[in-house]
Design a protein around this ligand. Structure first.
Ligand code: SAM
Length: 292
């Protein structure tokens, strides 16, 4: 155990910045956490204990990684910025349960890393303060790859967290809500003030908890078509389902054919996409997939 102050304190973070002459790269979404209480709450929501392994994306200087090292069985963290590697060697030097992988998470073979770094019996939890410029691509890649992980607990832009966890008939509900909730049960568990970051981001932040489902809540005939179909239904939010479908399927079906499928499915074409539950999207997508 390290005797120094935690990395996640303003004074220690400033010291490290100075010692290494480190300058933040906005283009890499570098907003570091400087509040241990916020980190402890994140670990709590993630259910981190010595019976869990953790994957972190973007350890930065090690603020969250250090807390994970203390409280989890083992931590593997992917960091794209090579300037942070020597810093992490210093801040995490006294923990023997941390592995830093200098790699872009979007290019990493995470499945292979999991197979070599972790034992198969301990659940793996993804915990991260994500770089905001690529939050959605990172989460969608990890979900679509169907990695053997139990949950994600991630700090992201507040508005994106709300969209991912949104219910029908709300302003935030859209194709991203369906995509995320197809794989997980999603909940916004905490909002976080800008003051806990250095430098402070321009946007508000929330912690999103995603619990992986054993299987999707709906049966779809073709996943790719299902996700494209849902996007098609939300393409113009203010328009009716009927109009959005005419645009989406225009080359393959005429208006009468589309109307016939809507009637068969028992779904009123004058509704808007935002009023449809995932089950209704699945019924419709399956019928349209069979008819075109
Ligand atoms: N975990 C640290 C903390 O909470 O203080 C830093 C979080 S900071 C919001 C995001 C981190 O992700 C930065 O360290 C950044 O360099 C890293 N990062 C950005 N893009 C990445 C990518 N594609 N793959 C891996 N890490 C990335």
């Amino acid at each position: 155990m390290n005797n120094e102050r935690p990395v996640a304190t303003p004074s220690r973070t400033k010291e490290i910045l100075q010692k290494y002459g480190f300058s933040f790269k906005k283009s890499l979404g570098q907003n570091f956490l400087i509040d241990v209480n916020t980190l402890k709450k994140i670990l709590n929501f993630a259910g981190i204990d010595k019976e869990s392994n953790a994957i972190e994306i973007g350890p930065g200087m090690g603020a969250l990684t250090e807390q994970l090292a203390i409280h989890a069985n083992k931590v593997v963290a992917f960091e794209i910025d090579g300037r942070l590697v020597p810093i992490l060697k210093e801040t995490l030097g006294s923990y023997d349960n941390v592995e830093i992988i200098h790699q872009d998470i979007l290019k990493a073979d995470i499945r292979q890393v999991i197979a070599t770094q972790f034992d198969t019996t301990t659940p793996i939890k993804v915990v991260a303060n994500l770089p905001y410029y690529i939050t959605t691509p990172i989460l969608m890649k990890l979900l679509m790859d169907r990695l053997p992980v139990a949950s994600f607990t991630v700090m992201i832009q507040k508005e994106v967290a709300e969209r991912m966890a949104a219910n029908p008939n709300t302003k935030s509900y859209g194709s991203l809500s369906i995509a995320v909730q197809y794989y997980t049960q999603a909940k916004v568990v905490m909002t976080v003030p800008k003051t806990v970051f250095m430098p402070q981001p321009n946007v508000d932040s929330s912690v999103l908890h995603l619990e992986l489902r054993d299987k999707p809540p709906v049966d779809v005939k073709n996943e790719e078509f299902f996700f494209e179909f849902v996007q098609g239904c939300f393409a113009q939010r203010r328009k009716t389902l009927r109009n959005n479908l005419a645009r989406f399927l225009g080359e393959k079906m005429n208006k009468e054919e589309i109307e016939a499928v809507l009637i068969e499915s028992g779904i009123d074409g004058t509704r808007r996409g935002e009023s449809l539950a995932m089950e209704e999207f699945a019924v419709l997508a399956n019928r349209f997939y069979s008819s075109n």
